[in-house]
Design a protein around this ligand. Structure first.
Ligand code: F6P
Length: 322
């Protein structure tokens, strides 16, 4: 293999730059030519390529976002899009492709890999952590620490001027972010799509927490909760309790910022492992980390199989809310 491409796709996540840097520098150390593809899969279709060397990725390990930019590309969901992408990659002499992204990126990577023209290895990177085959995705650790910082600050005001707070965190389909920040932020309740939200029970929990002498009550709501986001849930509680409340939607703040040490290290390890995999002739896998060890999962499994939440954590919330 002489030439590889690297792209970031879908929702950006802190640590993507650290990952690009690792891919480029490990690629160069293997004497590979490394091409950056701008704006994800769209960049393949629009032939938006840039040559990357060790100096092009200097001073980016600590930066959020992605220097290659990203996009959500509808055309790559079509047979014609995949055919065209394969043809362009072949014409460019790009024999290996490393994709960095979440669920949508992995689906695109699967379709490209199954056409068998280009060797594809993917790296899981999304703040949502909802990818099967890795304990953590690149970006998750930074996102939960960013959210936690905000939750701690809200706790200060919630304690001083007692009112229940409904804090909405990201996680379109899954509750990984909500669960972790809920535990770490000492939430009174955590509402996630994986567990049916019972408004009556939530009202009881809120009432009881104030009756037990607690001054503040923080409810973490995953944006994808089946009962609605923070606004809808707060309204439903208000209709029953008539208790003044406040809402905070953390939104895209969670996607930005300098990656944590954990994310930089994970990104570096997975970037290096992805290049090694290509050099050793592997293709059609995602490289993740399971129980501290590098692990390869067939691309299709990463989105066809469901990663489970830690149910022990869910049970712990109530006990720890005291
Ligand atoms: O997939 C990552 C994510 O941040 C989700 O948590 C969120 O629902 C979505 O992306 C937001 O996407 P956009 O940036 O397109 O609004």
């Amino acid at each position: 293999m002489k030439k590889i491409g690297v792209l970031t796709s879908g929702g950006d996540a802190p640590g993507m730059n650290a990952c690009i840097r690792a891919v480029v520098r490990c690629g160069v150390s293997h004497k590979l030519e490394v091409v950056g593809i701008r704006q994800g899969y769209r960049g393949i279709l629009e032939e938006d390529f840039i040559k990357l060397g060790n100096r092009s990725v200097a001073n980016i390990i600590h930066r959020g976002g992605t220097i290659l930019e990203t996009a959500r590309c509808e055309e790559m969901k079509t047979r014609e899009g995949i055919r065209k992408a394969n043809e362009i990659l072949q014409r460019e002499g790009i024999e290996g492709l490393i994709t960095i992204g979440g669920d949508g990126t992995l689906r695109g990577a699967t379709a490209l890999a199954e056409a068998k023209n280009v060797k594809v290895i993917s790296i899981p990177s999304t703040i949502d952590n909802d990818v099967y085959g890795t304990d953590y995705t690149v970006g998750f650790d930074t996102a939960i620490n960013t959210a936690l910082d905000a939750i701690d600050k809200i706790r200060d005001t919630a304690e001083s001027l007692p009112r229940p707070f409904f804090i909405e965190v990201m996680g379109r389909n899954r509750g990984f972010i909500a669960l972790e920040v809920g535990i770490a932020g000492g939430a009174e309740d955590i509402l996630i799509p994986e567990v049916e939200t019972k408004i009556e029970q939530l009202c009881l929990d809120i009432e009881r927490s104030f009756k037990r002498g607690k001054k503040s009550c923080i409810v973490i709501v995953a944006e994808g909760d089946e009962a609605g986001g923070a606004f809808s849930i707060a309204q439903q509680v208000w209709e029953r309790l008539k208790l003044e409340y406040r809402i905070c939607v953390l939104g895209h703040v969670q996607r930005g910022g300098s990656p944590t040490a954990r994310d930089r290290v994970l990104a570096s390890k997975l970037g290096a492992a992805a290049v090694d995999a290509l050099v050793n002739g592997m293709a059609g896998y995602m490289v993740g980390e399971l129980k501290g060890e590098i692990a390869f999962t067939p691309l299709r499994e990463t989105w066809e199989k469901r990663k489970e939440l830690d149910s022990n954590l869910l049970q712990l919330v109530k006990v720890l809310a005291g």
